[in-house]
Design a protein around this ligand. Structure first.
Ligand code: SF4
Length: 382
């Protein structure tokens, strides 16, 4: 039996993946896609049928970080499914072919149709596209041709989704994202810097299982991965609710894992599941490592000041979330002023302070914004 006739399940078994690991993969994907309990069985059935989806992966104005993130995935089934099982017919970084041979493989896939086009990097429109050419052809020319016969286009990373760092002011190359150019095909965005490989694998598995792209938000991001604010699932959220903020790099609050809002965290305005899925096979994520979220799943994040607090327009807790922790004491104007003055942005901190007040009010207690240096032993909340 040829490679093309084998099911994904048989292919991964042939590569030494055990049935137990395969079923675990199906369960992980069902969880990532927020499917009901029976979802793992649907995925298993879909991956048991002999079905192939060719992939063409274009790299345009990028740093190859999304390809690197995907290739560094330790989960063998992720790499198996995308790289071996799906038939990646063209990928400038990893394909064995080169030159004429590679271009012929891409042309044959485009001509046959029925493939998924994955795009990494932005498209340069400035000066007739001279800032990003492959084989003497502009990025716009390449993507228009590659998208022409695709069943769907998946933009991986913030550059392909929204223009990313090439589009940062003053955008010298007139960079744009995929959805700015391709309007006659389904386009799904997986922004992030880099993309989270789990979300690409889950998107492909969804396509194989249901024959369609997952449900998306208005920015073309799949709801399973971008349906929640990072802030809503952050391990430091309890400290935000309690008014416990890091105020200086390396202070006791930073060492104790307090909230990074006043250090510029963009988690309250960024939708992504990295607080749940994390990176490097669930090892850690930026906030877990003590750095504020930079908002890499949102358009224009490179133009936001990384270490300045954002203004919170919606600071009331969602009704579905329980109050966190027991807050006691009295709020003093001096205490609030110190909190605000610590970073020099009164508006943002005042809103955070207001949030704390509202949280306490909901519980019938008068809250306090703590000004004490926490002890490292007493505040290990995560
Ligand atoms: S502001 Fe940032 S660090 Fe603080 S709870 Fe929200 S997402 Fe987490």
């Amino acid at each position: 039996m040829s490679f093309q006739e084998l099911s994904i399940r048989e292919t991964v078994f042939n590569r030494g993946v055990s049935r137990r690991d395969f079923l675990k993969f199906c369960s992980v994907m069902a969880g990532a896609l927020a499917l009901p309990k029976s979802g793992a069985a649907w995925i298993e059935a879909a991956l048991t049928a002999p079905k192939r989806v060719p992939v063409v992966w274009l790299e345009l104005q990028d740093c190859a970080g999304c390809s690197e993130a995907f290739l560094r995935s330790n989960n063998p089934t992720a790499a198996d499914i995308i790289l071996d099982v799906l038939s990646v017919d063209y990928h400038e970084t990893i394909m064995a072919a080169a030159g004429k041979q590679a271009e012929e493989a891409k042309a044959a896939t485009i001509k046959a149709g029925g493939y998924i086009l994955i795009v990494e990097g932005s498209i340069s429109l400035g000066d007739n596209g001279v800032y990003c050419c492959v084989g003497g052809r502009s990025s716009e020319d390449l993507i228009r041709e590659a998208a022409s016969n695709a069943v769907a286009v998946v933009a991986v990373g913030n550059c392909a989704a929204f223009g990313g760092i090439p589009k940062a002011k003053p955008n010298p190359t007139q960079a744009v994202g995929v959805m700015d150019l391709i309007t006659d095909k389904p386009v799904l965005n997986l922004p992030g810097c880099p993309l989270n490989p789990v979300n690409l694998t889950a998107t492909v598995v969804h396509y194989l299982t249901f024959g369609a792209l997952p449900e998306m938000d208005k920015l073309h991001r799949p709801l399973f991965a971008y349906g929640q604010l990072i802030h809503n699932n952050c391990e430091r959220r309890g400290h935000f609710d309690a008014g416990e903020f890091v105020r200086t790099w390396g202070d006791a609050g930073h060492r104790a894992g307090w909230c990074l809002y006043q250090m510029g965290c963009k988690g309250p305005i960024s939708s992504h599941n990295c607080s749940v899925v994390k990176y490097n096979d669930g090892t850690n994520w930026p906030i877990g490592a003590g750095h504020p979220c930079i908002g890499c799943s949102e358009p224009g994040f490179w133009d936001l000041p990384t270490y300045s607090p954002i203004q919170l327009n919606e600071f009331l807790p969602p009704a579905t979330y329980p109050a966190v922790g027991e807050v006691k004491g009295t709020v003093t104007p001096e205490g609030a002023a110190v909190t605000a003055g610590a970073v020099g942005v009164v508006a943002g901190a005042a809103l955070a302070f207001g949030y704390t007040v509202m949280t306490g009010r909901a519980k019938g207690v008068t809250p306090e914004v703590s000004q004490e240096e926490p002890s490292e032993e007493g505040h290990e909340h995560h």
